[in-house]
Design a protein around this ligand. Structure first.
Ligand code: ZN
Length: 150
């Protein structure tokens, strides 16, 4: 068991208890609903753009600790990023949570997202961890509808 495992869990629980950017956004440019029927996670992600840059991002709704904390960390990381940067970060995140549980984590590369490394051991949780990201990418593509993991 990695020594930083307890720290990771603490960060997830803290974000679950006090999610960042947890609010509706009445003047959002894009609004995408996200639903994970396997777990019951149900969020709405709001995005406000300034040209190609994400000026503001927020979410509301309800879900398990993994889905909620992942959405919270995502909103913190993506504010101020371009669409391309957001997509690149998602690829890294997705690669990490779907990797072999024994694979080493490059914390310097993945940054704050490393707290979700434990998800690799629970494949059913991958959908929880990536739910908000999928709706974010849909929003950035202008697909303002709803996304479901099913
Ligand atoms: Zn969940």
């Amino acid at each position: 068991m990695p020594a930083n495992r307890a720290l990771y869990e603490q960060v997830i629980l803290e974000h679950n208890k006090k999610p960042r950017n947890f609010r509706p956004m009445p003047d959002a440019d894009h609004k995408v609903e996200a639903y994970n029927p396997l777990c019951g996670d149900h969020f709405t992600v709001y995005v406000k753009m300034n040209g190609d840059r994400i000026e503001d991002v927020s979410f509301d709704g309800a879900g398990c600790a993994i889905s909620k904390s992942s959405a919270s960390v995502m909103t913190m990381l993506l504010k101020g990023k371009t669409k391309k940067e957001a997509e690149a970060l998602f690829v890294k995140f997705h690669n990490m949570v779907t990797a072999n549980p024994e694979a080493p984590i490059d914390e310097a590369d993945i940054g704050k997202l490393c707290v979700f490394a434990g998800v690799r051991e629970f494949p059913v949780r991958i959908k929880c961890a990536t739910l908000a990201w999928h709706s974010m990418l849909a929003a950035l593509d202008g697909r303002d509808d709803s996304v479901s993991t099913e």
